[in-house]
Write a protein that binds this ligand. Structure first.
Ligand code: AMP
Length: 603
């Protein structure tokens, strides 16, 4: 199976791959080569918004369409590179007028509307830091991230504000400006907010981008850990060096292409490859404001003549469910490359792509912390279905055995051995640390390697195969969910004594969030309470994060130090071997319990 290869199918007259000779470039490439291709600003300054749009706005690409927005209903709306820059400039001026300073955080909580893209780029042009919030988050994740990120300004809509921000606004004293995108009369209903469209119209239409240094913070992407609060991964302006070339190499973005990234800009893929990489590479991006529906997606591929499509395994599986026949009526001849990221891509999905779309699906791998694609099945090399591909030029990856929590040494494993996927630090889009959390940052960098938290194997030809995650974090429909965040929300319900949350395999979503709870005395675990708890979690967390299933247990398995053993919950749910239970509270082979503090005899 591992060696099964899907070779390329070349479309009629398709251009040669942008990464024509991966082996040669892997051997010769230095990141300085890619740095030298940027426009830059006087004095060695570098600004992502300038690289992505500003420099094109008066050049040969000025009149090319940067974004084509497809509203839920009605005609598409095009924004050229020049017109986009005008909007970006206005937003940057507005931030300045409001007193939002360099390095201060600007958040968005929006669907895929034009103002979202102006917010990202306008904040960067201003030299502020942009941080996205997923529109399907509930008030709890919104508040936590705004608080941890010290959000100074937020752009959202009247409806999202009313549901998710207004209820927690008094807990966010640092949030000085809330800018609403909507009809003036709707905006006017929310005291303490500003009308974004009205204010933008008053701003000048050009802007000198802030002369940010390559190492200045540009983006703050929240990601989930197993324990504790979400982690804010800090990315700097220099990341654009990697966004640009990795888009060319892994996605084969070529000037003039029509490109569609289905990832929502509430997450890192939607920013790195839905905004920055395509703009740097001078392509036209299609943005669908509506949600997934197979027929609409096929129509979009056909009508927009999409050449490069970057999507996710959950979406592919949903299309597979609609059946191969659903693809037949559509003319997909413009498609040159289909790529996917975020979860394991089943080998069957790669082959389905070949049959239904006329193109195999190219899996690639990266994560919030890497800021850009690190490993990919590139167009010029054969795909191995089920593999994530090989490291891109400039990326040194290895499968390693690392000591638990220790300083090293890290042992690099050979082909076929299973271990943790590690990367050699130094690529430009590498996160520079978790915001205000040096200890957590330090734990990721051991003995000259960045440890990714993913388990993998490498075959003899250097292809990497995903095995699983090292931690308990859940990937559901491509979104990373912290079991801790879900457990905390459940614990805020008066009936809940304990909560443990796991990912349960699901044929479409990859995993779904399943909660186990034990109840306080006086509460009965019946259907009504199940419904009430699911609703409670959904109200706090939002649909993207809340559990889909819930079961009651008299008590949850805990380690002797008191931690809920999610591993055991998962094993029991799936009927897997329970593994080592020696640390289980009351476990048969457990050593005697330590005495409570201050009492009992010393061990
Ligand atoms: P995020 O930081 O939310 O982008 O999630 C990153 C995580 O998603 C990785 O650490 C992996 O666990 C998972 N992931 C991303 N791409 C792939 C892939 N191609 N195959 C398997 N898992 C993936």
């Amino acid at each position: 199976m591992e060696r099964e290869v899907v070779d390329k199918l070349e479309g009629p007259g398709g251009p040669p791959p942008a990464l024509a000779d991966p082996a040669a470039l892997r051997a010769s490439f230095r990141w300085d080569d890619a740095r030298a291709e940027l426009a830059g600003l006087p004095g060695g300054a570098l600004n992502m918004a300038h690289e992505a749009v500003g420099r094109h706005a008066r050049g040969p690409l000025a009149d090319r369409v940067a974004f084509r927005f497809l509203p839920r209903a009605g005609a598409p709306r095009d924004l050229t590179y020049a017109a986009l820059w005008t909007e970006v400039a206005r937003f940057a001026h507005l931030l300045e007028a409001l007193g939002v300073g360099r390095g201060e955080r600007v958040f968005s909580l929006l669907g895929r509307v034009p103002e979202l893209y102006t917010t990202v780029l306008g904040a960067l042009a201003r030299g502020a830091v942009f941080s996205p919030l997923f529109a399907a988050f509930g008030p709890e994740p919104v508040q936590t991230r705004l608080e941890l990120g010290d959000g100074r300004a937020l752009v959202t809509t009247p409806a999202l504000y009313a549901q998710k921000v207004a209820p927690v606004r008094d807990r966010l004293p640092g949030l000085r400006h809330v800018l609403l995108v909507g009809a003036p009369e709707e905006v006017a209903r929310h005291p303490g907010t500003l009308d974004l469209r009205r204010l933008l119209a008053e701003q000048p239409a050009d802007y000198a981008p802030a002369p940010t240094a390559p190492e200045d913070m540009a983006l703050l992407h929240f990601t989930s850990g197993t324990t504790g609060k979400p982690k804010g991964a800090v990315h700097v302006h220099e990341a654009i060096v990697a966004h640009r070339v990795t888009g060319r190499w892994a996605l084969d973005l070529q000037p003039g292409d029509v490109y569609w990234c289905t990832a929502d800009p509430g997450w890192v893929t939607g920013i790195s490859y839905g905004v920055l990489s395509p703009l740097c590479n001078g392509v036209t991006s299609v943005v669908d404001e509506a949600d997934f529906a197979p027929e609409r997606w096929y129509r979009t591929l056909q009508e927009q003549r999409v050449a490069v499509w970057y999507t996710a395994p959950t979406a592919v599986r949903m299309m597979m469910r609609a059946g191969e026949e659903a693809a037949r009526p559509w003319d997909l001849s413009a498609l040159r490359l289909v790529a996917s990221v975020g979860e394991p891509l089943n080998p069957e999905a790669v082959r389905w792509g070949l049959r239904a779309l006329g193109r195999p699906i190219h899996d690639n791998w990266w994560q919030t912390e890497t800021g850009g694609i690190m490993v990919a099945n590139v167009r010029a090399e054969p795909i191995r279905p089920g593999s994530m591909g090989r490291p891109l030029p400039g990326v040194e990856a290895a499968v390693v055995r690392a000591p638990e929590g220790g300083p090293g040494p890290v042992e690099v494993l050979g082909p076929g051995e299973e271990g943790e996927l590690a990367l050699r630090p130094g690529w430009p889009s590498m996160f520079r640390g978790y915001l205000n959390d040096e200890a957590r940052t330090r734990r990721c960098f051991v003995d000259g390697w960045y440890l990714t938290g993913d388990l993998a194997r490498r075959d003899a030809d250097g292809y990497l195969w995903f095995v699983g995650r090292k931690d308990d974090v859940i990937k559901t429909s491509g979104h990373l969910v912290s079991p801790f965040e879900v457990e905390s929300a459940l614990l805020s319900h008066p009936a809940v004594a304990e909560a443990g949350v796991i990912g349960k395999p699901d044929p479409v979503a990859g995993h779904l969030v399943k909660a186990f709870v034990s109840l306080r005395p006086g509460h009965a675990g019946d259907a009504a309470l199940t419904k009430a708890l699911l609703a409670h979690a959904r109200k706090l967390l939002g649909a993207a994060v809340a559990p889909k299933e819930l079961a009651f247990l008299p008590e949850l398995p805990r380690t002797r130090s008191g931690k809920i053993m999610r591993r055991l919950l998962r094993a029991r749910e799936l009927g897997l071997p329970e593994g080592d239970t020696s640390t289980l509270e009351g476990g048969a082979d457990a050593p005697p319990a330590a005495p409570p503090e201050g009492g009992g005899a010393p061990p």
